[in-house]
Write a protein that binds this ligand. Structure first.
Ligand code: ZN
Length: 136
């Protein structure tokens, strides 16, 4: 598995968690882009299974990426709902990548998260006429 593949798989999984609402202020996030624009990052992603050295968890504790809503609530995106076989492949990749690059696993996941966030933020809003209607 190569990094691009990892980014693609995780991106798809994360997108499925939207739309989402903040549990405290009920702010509605229609997409990952809106979520990223309204919240601020909190630490690096963490895989509780990887931290425990469990690379094939049957009942995964999960991998979490946290952000803080403008109301102060901590929100998370997680690996919950991902197929076990897929999760295991990602954990194996994470393990290898972290040892070959000699960096912490959380660092590796942070790189992946940055790539996903960049892609999400580059997505244009669906406004096909905005260019045509512009008057100058
Ligand atoms: Zn909130």
């Amino acid at each position: 598995m190569v990094e691009d593949e990892v980014v693609k798989i995780v991106y798809k999984h994360v997108e499925k968690q939207f739309p989402m609402d903040c549990s405290t202020c009920n702010h509605h996030f229609a997409s990952l882009k809106e979520y990223l624009e309204y919240t601020s990052p909190t630490g690096k992603p963490i895989s509780y299974d990887a931290e425990r050295g469990d690379w094939k968890p049957l009942k995964p504790f999960g991998t979490f990426s946290l952000r803080t809503c403008q109301c102060g609530t901590t929100l998370s995106l997680s690996s919950h709902g991902m197929r076990l076989a897929t999760l295991w492949r990602l954990l194996q990749w994470l393990r290898k990548e972290s040892s070959s690059r000699k960096i912490n696993m959380r660092e590796v996941m942070d790189d992946i998260r940055k790539k996903i966030n960049d892609q999400a933020l580059r997505q244009k809003e669906a406004e096909p006429n905005s260019q045509i209607n512009r008057t100058e």
